[in-house]
Design a protein around this ligand. Structure first.
Ligand code: ATP
Length: 642
């Protein structure tokens, strides 16, 4: 596939063109978008602008049109290329931008800082500064191409003098800015365009303009059906191939209404991953998937990794957000080589995997927290401390063929038949095909015991089981143990503080600080803040019950973190009331102190994740609360915690 690059050669050619797109055309559209909050009106404005671009270069060739449309689209989403291509990030810091502004406008840096402090927007400061500036002669007006080239240069400068080189290019651009141009130039550089116009809307406006323009070329008018079709085609194609340059080129070549027939997956270009809908119980899953065949898989707790192998033998790893993480995982290159060694017919593939930290001594999964300690930059294979194991759960492309429109059952055959497991390095996701509630419950427990987050439940056959890029689909359900009624026993905890309610909860307490009771020291040790599980009626009742127990300062028997405002309530109570609480998970936290003295360092205590109020325990005294040592025991017996 020939991919058009907006490179120097093209740029030089464009310079000689008599009809360059002026930067002011784009920035006046940005200004319209910023001043209007209605989505439909904004789509209409952006669409009008794309039309202008398409008609503006009527006499130039189609390649010019593709290039211009690509540049303005990227500038509108405030990027310089697809998000998987490294080295195109803007997002410059305010210090550098203010410095450039001082040099470009001749104003004092200190004064600019003050203005920035008042306005809170570097763009507005730039516009005002430019408008006050006296110039000897009018500079030549900026074109979109010049700005595009300038921004690309700025993003790419590296090493010594990078800062001053950036400042000098910004200066050059800034000196040629008029009116709102300076505002949007600075905002683009900062990475905060503030035009009320998200990427989804950009796609709607762009596809509408293209289909209208293409039909106009055939003396036809686009009706609303065709406009929706064009939009759907573009959205779908973008989820497979998130690259505006290629998609605009294909739309121009084959017609936007046929785009999906030509926008196929391409190894090295990350597609937007399919996502799952949360569920709360196995019965909910059975209801949702009634009549469909489905499978359960372990939901691994690591990092999503889309592994690509291209025909030319290169490996790429992309994150959930299409970020190129290849350099972070040099240790996966030998894994891919081993895969190829086991099957020499593998030429190209795309695998959807979870990359998980792995204990290669005990052959088991390590928690996500360990994975997150891996270095993110300048990773050398020899320095890697945390090993990883890849768990592929899907195959989306194999030897030149896209598989996303095949049922999961068939995709799995491709996976199992063409790939061989490499123990501790690459293992297929553990699965079980069943619709038996008891078996699913047992499988869920096993997944948690094996340090997974729960289960993924997926439809197996028919078109319902196709891979749906970018969709949070009903055909993939996730069942995390956090969503379940809770693990283990409930806890009875002492209410020692309250948080003043806001919004609907005004006039009552909106949340409470809870503590376990330490039977050894006789102290109440903080464990969590709770705000879930209360009806309005109950909050009213609790207010009446607890208000008379408010005290001016905490009792000396309360153990809490004085330095962390999150763990200090708005009001303190006498210890009189117990709440029964269900919990998803116990964890440790430096801001809560329950059982800290038993846990070792005395700093971190046990805390509750997702606590939910069940009832008031007025049959128990506060000293009968779940004790700190019991809580530590519960924490230690959680099989999945290391
Ligand atoms: P979450 O909010 O659940 O942490 P998410 O919003 O990133 O995740 P979801 O679609 O909600 O994405 O959950 C699916 C995620 O679970 C995937 O992105 C993937 O990283 C992970 N995962 C682990 N095991 C599997 C599996 N067997 N199949 C699919 N995804 C899996």
């Amino acid at each position: 596939k020939k991919i058009l690059k907006i490179d120097e050669k093209n740029a030089a050619k464009h310079k000689t063109s008599t009809n360059p797109i002026m930067y002011s055309m784009l920035t006046s559209t940005f200004e319209e978008l910023e001043n209007e909050s209605g989505r439909l009106k904004n789509i209409a404005s952006a669409c009008r602008f794309f039309h202008e671009v398409l008609h503006f270069t009527d006499f130039s060739d189609i390649e010019d049109k593709i290039r211009d449309l690509t540049m303005v689209t990227y500038l509108m989403v405030n990027r310089l290329g697809p998000d998987y291509e490294p080295g195109l990030e803007l997002g410059l810091g305010e210090t550098l931008l203010l410095k450039a502004l001082a040099q470009g406008t001749g104003r004092e840096l200190a004064q600019l800082r003050k203005d920035y402090h008042v306005e809170g927007d570097i763009g507005v400061v730039a516009q005002k500064s430019r408008s006050k500036q006296k110039v000897m002669f009018k500079p030549k007006r900026l074109t979109v191409l010049e700005v595009w080239k300038g921004l690309n240069e700025i993003a790419k400068f590296e090493g010594t003098n990078a800062q001053s080189k950036k400042v000098s290019v910004i200066n050059k651009l800034l000196t040629a800015c008029e009116g709102v141009e300076a505002k949007f130039l600075m905002r683009s550089l900062e990475g905060k365009l503030r035009i009320n116009f998200g990427e989804k809307s950009v796609i709607v406006a762009l596809s509408k303009a293209i289909v209208e323009w293409q039909l106009e070329q055939k003396n036809k008018t686009a009706n609303s059906d065709l406009i929706v079709q064009a939009e759907d085609q573009f959205k779908e194609a973008y989820s497979r191939l998130p690259n505006y340059e290629i998609l605009i080129q294909l739309s121009m070549k084959h017609g936007i209404l046929n785009l999906c027939d030509h926008a196929e997956l391409s190894p090295s270009v990350p597609l937007k991953p399919m996502l799952a809908k949360p569920t709360k119980s196995i019965s909910e899953i059975l209801d949702t998937l009634q009549g469909k065949r489905f499978t359960c898989e372990y939901k691994y707790d690591g990092e999503r990794a889309q592994l690509h192998l291209s025909e030319d033998g290169k490996m790429f790893i992309y994150s959930r957000n299409s970020e190129n993480m290849t350099e972070r995982y040099p240790d996966l290159i030998p894994v891919v080589n081993a895969l190829k060694a086991k099957n020499s017919t593998i030429k190209s593939l795309i695998l959807d995997c979870e990359c998980v930290a792995w204990d290669s001594v005990n052959n088991k999964i390590l928690p996500f927290q360990i994975l997150s300690t891996r270095k993110r930059k300048d990773v050398q294979e020899k320095d890697i401390q945390v090993q990883v194991c890849l768990f592929p759960f899907d195959i989306l492309f194999y030897n030149g063929e896209s598989l996303i429109q095949k049922p999961l059952e068939e995709r799995r055959k491709y996976l199992y038949n063409n790939l061989k497991e490499i123990p501790g390095k690459l293992q297929f996701a553990t699965k079980m095909d069943t619709d038996n509630v008891e078996k699913i419950t047992k499988f869920l427990d096993e997944s948690v015991n094996d340090a997974c987050e729960g289960l993924m439940i997926k439809t197996l056959d028919g078109s319902d089981s196709y891979y749906e890029p970018s969709k949070r689909s009903r055909n993939w359900l996730k069942l995390k143990k956090d969503y379940l009624e809770g693990v283990g026993d409930s806890l009875d905890l002492v209410v020692i503080g309250g948080y003043i309610g806001k919004g609907k909860r005004t006039g009552w307490y909106g949340g409470f600080l809870l503590a376990g009771y330490n039977q050894d020291s006789g102290e109440y040790e903080t464990i969590c803040k709770i705000g879930t599980g209360f009806s309005e009626e109950l909050l009213q009742k609790l207010h009446t019950l607890l208000k008379p127990t408010e005290i001016k300062s905490p009792k000396s028997s309360y153990v809490y973190d004085k330095n962390n405002s999150n763990a200090v309530p708005d009001v303190w109570f006498e210890p009189t009331t117990l709440f029964e609480v269900k919990v998803a998970d116990l964890t440790t936290s430096p801001i809560y102190k329950c059982g800290a003295t038993y846990l070792g360092d005395g700093e971190k205590g046990v805390s509750l994740r997702f606590p939910r109020f069940i009832q008031i325990r007025d049959d128990k005294s506060t000293e009968d609360a779940t004790s700190s040592d019991q809580i530590v025991e519960m924490y230690n017996s959680q099989a999945n915690l290391q």
